[in-house]
Design a protein around this ligand. Structure first.
Ligand SMILES: [Zn+2]
Length: 85
């Protein structure tokens, strides 16, 4: 392996690297700055429908959360750390 840019490296690889770098920056904040960190987390729901014959349509009945919140993806901080997305 050399240090030359790998032509097989995809955009996704670069994005993943930048994402990891950003998360490191956000997770290790400079103590002299003000920080307010923003992140997102996804959760899945199972959604139930009932069939309404008169309207010939599905009605959303209820939903159940399928999983617990995972680890949030850290996006940005007011101190200037910004995401690429
Ligand atoms: Zn910060």
């Amino acid at each position: 392996m050399t240090d030359e840019r790998d032509p097989g490296k995809t955009l996704e690889d670069w994005k993943a690297e930048m994402q990891a770098e950003r998360e490191t920056q956000i997770a290790g904040p400079n103590p002299d700055e003000d920080h307010r960190i923003e992140g997102v987390v996804q959760s899945s729901y199972r959604v139930y429908f009932t069939y309404e014959p008169e309207a010939d349509a599905l009605e959303r009945d209820r939903r159940e959360q399928v999983d617990d919140f995972g680890d949030p993806e850290l996006l940005a901080c007011v101190c200037g750390v910004r995401g690429v997305s």
